[in-house]
Write a protein that binds this ligand. Structure first.
Ligand SMILES: *[C@@H]1O[C@H](CO)[C@@H](O)[C@H](O)[C@H]1NC(C)=O
Ligand SMILES: *[C@@H]1O[C@H](CO)[C@@H](O)[C@H](O)[C@H]1NC(C)=O
Ligand SMILES: *[C@@H]1O[C@H](CO)[C@@H](O)[C@H](O)[C@H]1NC(C)=O
Ligand SMILES: *[C@@H]1O[C@H](CO)[C@@H](O)[C@H](O)[C@H]1NC(C)=O
Length: 406
């Protein structure tokens, strides 16, 4: 009995050891993003945070700068995502604290300091959402269970003592209707959000009922979901994937990358020309990887903690490209592991498993502080929120036993 259980665990452990990505059921607990000078910031890498410098230095032998500071989140929750607020040079981090899943951690990249912003969730579910940070308004827009929500970060680079509400904006319409009528709630059943920001429009991709190459568009400044889908010229698949918007040095994003879950290609969609370029798919095919972009690179953070990038010139790159590992950074594989040993497949949550649900506030029907205009530029990483570490705990347990026995 015990023997056969052990045997099973050893088999499982061996299997996990060999195939890191097969064990993943959620996105990384670490995240990477950029400051406004396009230094790559890596958060939650084995208990530390790093500044890996600008793109020209990523594959050099130099060490990254340790920027670990007090007040940082524990980075102990899967599906952590971070977002650059370009006006403020601040990083907003979601899903980084399993005990406080709705808290938004703010890193002031100028002062190198952390604060924690509390929110009122209302009907917003911090364990299940996708989000973008709008460039011009510094407002988060999230899709959760068929509903759109927003949360106004003002121009915060340090937390405000007043909780900020997630406002219920409207029910999404993800239908393929081309008759010009809006159908709230259509097409939302089972939809896993894939959201990309460009020109203050939120593009919803991966909608299985749409033709390949189409997206549904939500126009932020008018709080309006366009009834008819928009076509982008190349039939990128209407399957689930990940997306990240390329920044401009100034002004709104105009392009975003879409990577289908199978990693078969990297599609770059330009919303000015309504065209799509097809670039190389990532070398590491990982449906739970997260992607982040600067002005000139698309960066992949895999669930095994590896950071890879594809150099990209928005003016001149038209196809292809080579993905390269950012060797300067340590692997974040053990971000959830107690030992800190790198490279293991499993991820073992250290802290108390976060049971407490987000502070549920009053909610509200108002749509928050609406557009403030402006001309800087902001973020476009896309995150899936999460909680419930069940699968990961199991995988981690198996991996730990596997490692011990082996
Ligand atoms: C919303 O706008 C009001 C009035 O302009 C302002 O006092 C408040 O701080 C804003 N809220 C946020 C979260 O920025
Ligand atoms: C892109 O599509 C939109 C909506 O159909 C249209 O208004 C715009 O003119 C198109 N742009 C170009 C360059 O074709
Ligand atoms: C791309 O073109 C724009 C407009 O001509 C220019 O401002 C920008 O610097 C160019 N970017 C790169 C990376 O060459
Ligand atoms: C993390 O996000 C994925 C979607 O990418 C979702 O399927 C999964 O349930 C989330 N993980 C957890 C533990 O909630």
């Amino acid at each position: 009995m015990i023997w056969s259980l052990l045997t099973a665990l050893v088999v499982a452990g061996t299997h996990l050891h060999g195939t890191a990505n097969a064990a993943a059921s959620a996105g990384p607990s670490a995240c990477v993003t950029f400051d406004i000078n396009w230094n790559l910031l890596a958060f939650g890498f084995n208990g530390k945070d790093y500044n890996a410098g600008t793109q020209d230095t990523w594959t050099s032998s130099g060490a990254p700068t340790d920027i670990t500071a007090s007040g940082r989140p524990p980075f102990n929750s899967p599906n952590t995502t971070c977002y650059l607020s370009q006006f403020t040079n601040a990083i907003y981090v979601l899903n980084a604290d399993s005990a406080n899943p709705s808290d938004i951690y703010i890193y002031d990249a100028t002062a190198k300091s952390w604060t924690t912003q509390t929110v009122t969730t209302g009907k917003f579910d911090p364990s299940n959402f996708g989000a973008i940070l709008d460039h011009d308004t510094n407002v988060f827009y999230a899709y959760s269970n068929g509903e759109l929500y927003n949360l106004d970060m003002g121009l915060l680079k340090a937390a405000n003592s007043t909780p900020i509400p997630w406002n219920d904006v409207q029910e999404a319409d993800l239908s393929a209707d081309s008759d010009g009528t809006s159908t709230p709630g259509a097409g939302t059943d089972g939809y896993q959000p894939v959201m990309a920001l460009a020109q203050n429009h939120i593009h919803f991709l991966g909608i299985s009922s749409l033709p390949a190459g189409d997206a549904k568009i939500f126009v932020i400044h008018f709080s309006f979901m366009q009834p008819a889908p928009q076509n982008y010229g190349t039939p990128f698949p209407s399957t689930h994937g990940r997306a990240a918007s390329f920044f401009q040095d100034q002004g709104v994003q105009q392009e975003f990358a879409f990577i289908p879950d199978d990693g078969s290609a990297t599609y770059v969609i330009n919303v000015e020309t309504n065209t799509t370029k097809t670039l190389s798919g990532p070398s590491v095919k990982d449906p739970f990887a997260q992607y982040y972009a600067s002005t000139s690179a698309l960066v992949q953070l895999t669930t095994s903690g590896q950071v890879n990038f594809l150099a990209y010139n928005q003016n001149t790159t038209t196809s292809g490209g080579t993905w390269t590992t950012i060797s300067k950074l340590p692997s974040a594989a053990s971000a959830l592991s107690p030992s800190g040993s790198a490279g293991a497949a499993g991820a073992a949550p250290t802290g108390s498993s976060g049971g407490k649900s987000g502070s549920s506030g009053s909610g509200s029907g108002s749509s928050g502080n609406s557009s403030s205009g402006g001309s800087g530029s902001n973020s476009g990483a896309v995150g899936m929120g999460s909680r419930g570490l069940g699968g990961m705990v199991l995988a981690a347990g198996l991996a730990v036993v596997g490692v011990l026995v082996l």
